[in-house]
Design a protein around this ligand. Structure first.
Ligand SMILES: *Cc1c(COP(=O)(O)O)cnc(C)c1O
Length: 380
């Protein structure tokens, strides 16, 4: 026990010294944009609740009604007794939105990726992953025991080289990328990647955690013009959809393999009924309100224009500052001005690229975005 305490204390001291220790801060939210911290009311520009559906009255009502009818928990893995009647409706809605034959819902986006990847690839297979892909894609790759190579961010030439060099020596091959990159807000060149994938008999999966609900009328980045065919469309219910959970939309056969073999599906309890019902209600709003779906990107573009930054392609805008201390100081200055904007530091982003990460939602007003831009210009 002494060595355990010594380990933890030394670890914390080291993280502190490198300015990368993290702390939980209690942050009550009264809706998607108003947040309280340390007794101060702030306007948040760092939630991923892009459509404010976490607080939408119809979504909340659906969740309460389902909880009353079916209880607060699923009670078991979906393959045992946890497959309550609300899952089928949610999976059908997601498959319809994504234009696929079928869909399987997982406990979270993280659980989806660490379940999907090892189910499709194993020892002797090949994974090609964008270097900036989300941490849970890398975690899924590590669990798979397949050979992993990273390609330079959005560099289709590098991906082509890696395929030419390594494809032939491996069995199955999988290309993995975020559709919208979570810390940079840029989009993967899915059309070019899809062509390469087809030419080399590699399977393409995009993680559209930050695209679903906000791009292409809510259908996500793999439905933007020129995106090509993406046979494995993974995403989360925890961001624009407002609640919690993850999914894979794909062919019926692929989805059935997941339901039978993906370990994070088989050996983990099904999502609570209230959470599943909330996601269905949120998807009904997304399917009928393209104007709301488009608003976060519009506001992000207003912000990038006002701050003379590269035009936003998604609701996420990074302002790269370099060292962790600089990002923390800028975040503190903005909090002083009434805005909550998270400082993102290594190891979440590469060393030397600590940043402020702004996200815009359908609930922000243009005036709020203009005032934020004013405050940000004042930082420099
Ligand atoms: C947030 C995120 C996830 C994880 O989703 P959760 O539902 O929060 O577990 C996966 N991939 C990307 C790109 C993300 O941004």
């Amino acid at each position: 026990m002494q060595s355990l305490e010594a380990f933890a204390t030394a670890r914390l001291a080291d993280l502190e010294r490198r300015a990368i220790r993290r702390r939980l801060v209690e942050s009550p939210r009264t809706d998607a944009i108003h947040i309280t911290r340390g007794g101060r009311d702030l306007i948040s520009f760092c939630c991923n609740d892009y459509l404010n559906l976490s607080h939408h009255p119809r979504v909340i009502a659906a969740s309460i009604e389902a909880t009353r009818a079916h209880g607060v928990g699923a009670g078991a893995s979906r393959l045992v007794t946890g497959n309550h009647p609300l899952f089928a409706g949610l999976e059908a809605r997601l498959a319809r939105l994504k234009g696929t034959e079928d869909c399987v819902v997982f406990g979270s986006g993280y659980l989806a990726n660490i379940g999907i990847i090892p189910t499709l690839a194993g020892h002797g297979d090949l994974l090609l992953i964008d270097e900036l892909a989300h941490a849970c894609i890398w975690a899924g790759g590590q669990l798979s025991a397949a050979t992993m190579h990273r390609f330079r961010h959005n560099d289709v030439g590098h991906l082509a080289e890696l395929l030419a060099t390594h494809r032939a020596a491996h069995g199955r091959a999988l290309i993995l990328t975020d559709g919208v990159f979570s810390m940079d807000g840029d989009l993967a060149p899915l059309g070019e990647i899809a062509s390469l994938a087809e030419a080399h008999d590699a399977w393409l999966m995009s993680d559209d955690a930050h695209g679903v609900g906000v791009l292409a009328d809510g259908r996500g980045s793999s439905h933007l013009p020129g995106a090509g065919r993406v046979p494995l469309q993974m995403g989360t219910l925890s961001k624009a959809i407002g609640g919690y959970g993850g999914y894979l939309c794909a062919s019926h056969a692929v989805v059935e393999v997941m339901r039978t073999r993906a370990r994070s599906f088989v050996y983990s309890t099904g999502l609570p009924p209230g959470v599943v019902a909330a996601a269905s209600a949120a998807l009904d709003i997304i399917a009928t309100d393209p104007v709301v779906c488009a608003r976060p990107v519009k506001l992000a573009q207003l912000f990038t224009q006002l701050c003379e930054l590269p035009v936003a392609a998604s609701p996420i805008v990074p302002l790269i500052l370099g060292e962790s201390e600089a990002a923390l100081a800028a975040s503190a200055d903005l909090a002083e001005a009434g805005y909550l904007v998270a400082a993102i530091r290594p190891p979440t982003v590469p060393a030397g690229t600590a940043r402020l990460r702004f996200t815009f939602t359908a609930g922000h007003s243009e005036a709020q975005v203009r005032a934020l831009a004013e405050a940000v210009r004042g930082l420099r």
